[in-house]
Design a protein around this ligand. Structure first.
Ligand SMILES: *[C@@H]1O[C@H](CO)[C@@H](O)[C@H](O)[C@H]1NC(C)=O
Ligand SMILES: *[C@@H]1O[C@H](CO)[C@@H](O)[C@H](O)[C@H]1NC(C)=O
Length: 219
């Protein structure tokens, strides 16, 4: 009887690689080698194709999954700021270890995110709203997430998802970390994920953008 985490991450834009610096990467920016599904398959098919009996299941990308209209309206930037701009959210530094937590008003966080693309190459100096507020019983987030429909799957013993919600600006994200079964859905914007079976070469304090520019091709 476990719970698994679902991160609903809403990123305005996630720039990873400067194509001017790495013209050869233009093509790889467009490709993803993870299998894709274009609608929710049933649990049996899901188990067969992605091996969910074991925790080391295969990753899959679902595309074109419809999103509840009411939920979509609630999380529009102007709507969420009008309703909840004065609420405090928990942000963490975007480094692998020593996550430093800070409480900040949603209004102030969004202003910071809009100011400019990532100012520091250090993840330990970059604040990111990555969830965990729900653990602090934030009623307003619970109210919003009531309208969100999670994917209809159990993964092994994990069948009752807990929900997380976050937003971020250009270039934000979290560095490599280990994860149990989880599902992430982009609601607005885009975001790039890097998955690796082996531990990649990276500085736990640098941002993922920095890693993608500086280290990705230097393994
Ligand atoms: C962030 O990490 C870098 C590299 O580890 C370090 O030089 C810098 O002082 C750190 N910043 C803070 C605010 O701790
Ligand atoms: C990363 O940053 C933290 C906090 O800023 C610092 O305590 C730690 O020494 C840094 N780690 C490395 C490997 O530089």
């Amino acid at each position: 009887m476990y719970k698994y985490s679902i991160f609903i991450i809403h990123i305005i834009f996630f720039v990873i690689v400067s194509t001017k610096l790495y013209p050869e990467d233009i093509y790889s920016l467009e490709t993803c080698n993870i299998p894709e599904e274009f609608s929710y398959i049933n649990q049996n098919e899901f188990n067969n194709r992605y091996g969910s009996e074991k925790y080391l299941a295969k990753p899959v990308v679902f595309r074109q999954i419809p999103i509840d209209k009411q939920f979509l309206n609630l999380i529009q930037l102007d709507s969420i700021l009008r309703r909840y701009g004065n609420k405090y959210i928990t942000v963490t530094t975007a480094n692998t270890y020593s996550y430093k937590k800070q409480y900040i008003k949603l209004n102030d966080y969004i202003s910071l995110q809009k100011e400019s693309p990532v100012k520091s190459k250090w993840g330990n100096e970059t604040l990111y709203w990555f969830g965990d507020d729900l653990l602090n019983d934030q009623k307003w987030l619970h109210q919003m997430l009531r309208y969100y429909k999670p994917p209809p799957y159990a993964v092994g013993d994990f069948f009752e998802p807990s929900l997380n919600f976050g937003m971020g600006g250009t270039g934000t994200g979290v560095p490599f970390h280990f994860h149990g079964p989880g599902f992430q859905q982009m609601i607005v914007g885009r975001k790039r994920w890097y998955l690796s079976v082996e531990k990649p070469f990276f500085d736990p304090n640098e941002t993922t953008t920095e890693w993608a520019i500086e280290k990705r091709f230097k393994q």
